[in-house]
Design a protein around this ligand. Structure first.
Ligand SMILES: O=C(O)C(=O)C[C@H](O)[C@H](O)COP(=O)(O)O
Length: 330
């Protein structure tokens, strides 16, 4: 069995008040399935890659709700560890108010099935079958079980030379910058592709400056042969340092304002390009689209879509990349 991308992490239910309604008074909550790793995998699966998700879920209707959603996007969910029916599914509540009130997120995820997963229950053999292992800096911050699985996955990938893709994804509600810097240090060093948001580089390592300066400082800190560092810059697009060569790509203009999962969609697009997915081969050969641009296209589409997952088709991605005015986005 071949796996294009294997990942492990927690997926939650996101309970969201309709736009402009306060959580304190809302009579209804919309329910979405969201988790950084499964968001990325769902997007990759929708584009046609083999994406396998490992995690733990409670054996309850809400645990199965998460599995049904991810399977519906084409993610391989056969290796989920099913915890008992008294296990918890992590949830988070969100209020999508416009500025100056702004987006607010409240976690209720302590002691979830994934945080407390028994590390011996995970099938580490899958790592050897994967072209790439994708992990994020949220996982070692959620609990002891998840942290141990994260550690063992890193070791296994190192031993079998499976390239690691790692997104720093700092979450201030989980741990302090110092704890997060320590907890993700090994993964940052090991990563073949290291994704980081500009704000996270400042918060965790005190690295600031122009995007190029940030990437060069990160490269010194986490030196490694053949490493690619990717910096996401919000409305300014994204930048990379690949084999010492610096490049940037602007965003695709979007009227979308839904920011949940746009970073994860970006990661999916970038990884899809690095793994030479068929749509990427096509748009690269015909239009010279770069991995950064492919990632930016996915992030831009995600901003138009409610929920945490980029529910897009390859045709929609192609349409954005080959629009008549597409040339200026490359
Ligand atoms: O916070 C967590 O633990 C989650 O995984 C929930 C969200 O689905 C992702 O955080 C979205 O991530 P972005 O793409 O960076 O917006």
């Amino acid at each position: 069995m071949a796996i294009d991308v294997l990942s492990f992490g927690e997926t939650m239910l996101r309970l969201t008040a309709p736009g402009g309604v306060r959580l304190e008074t809302t009579p209804v909550l919309q329910v979405y399935v969201g988790g950084t790793e499964s968001n990325t995998l769902s997007c990759l699966a929708r584009l046609g890659l083999d994406a396998t998700w490992m995690s733990a879920l409670p054996s309850t209707p809400i645990g199965r709700h998460v599995e049904t959603e991810l399977r519906g996007h084409g993610v391989d969910t056969r290796h989920i560890v099913w915890a008992g029916d008294s296990a918890r599914l992590g949830t988070f509540y969100a209020e999508e108010a416009v500025n100056p009130l702004g987006l607010q997120v409240h976690y209720d995820r302590a002691n979830s099935a994934c945080a407390l997963i028994n590390p011996d229950a995970v099938n580490y053999d899958l790592v050897d079958m994967a072209k790439m292992l994708h992990l994020t800096g949220i996982t070692p911050g959620i609990g002891e079980g998840a942290r141990e699985v994260f550690r063992r996955l890193l070791v296994r990938a190192r031993e079998h030379q499976v390239p690691l893709s790692f997104d720093v994804n700092y979450r201030a509600k989980l741990w302090s910058p110092t704890e997060a810097a320590k907890g993700t240090e090994e993964a940052c060093r090991q990563a073949r592709i290291l994704f980081c948001a500009r704000a996270d580089a400042a918060e965790l390592w005190g690295i600031t400056g122009t995007p190029e300066e940030i990437l060069r400082q990160m490269s010194q800190r986490f030196a490694g042969e053949g490493k690619t560092l990717v910096l996401t810059l919000g409305s300014e697009g994204s930048a990379e340092l690949r084999n010492g060569v610096y490049a940037t790509a602007p965003i695709f203009p979007t009227e979308g304002t839904i920011r949940f999962g746009s970073g994860d969609a970006f990661d999916a697009g970038y990884l899809y390009a690095c793994l030479d997915g068929p749509l990427y081969q096509e748009v690269y050969e015909r239009y010279g689209v770069t991995p950064l641009s492919f990632g930016n296209a996915l992030a831009s589409l995600k901003r138009c879509i409610a929920g945490d997952i980029a529910v897009v088709t390859p045709e929609e991605v192609r349409a954005l990349l080959v629009r008549k005015d597409g040339a200026r986005f490359r």
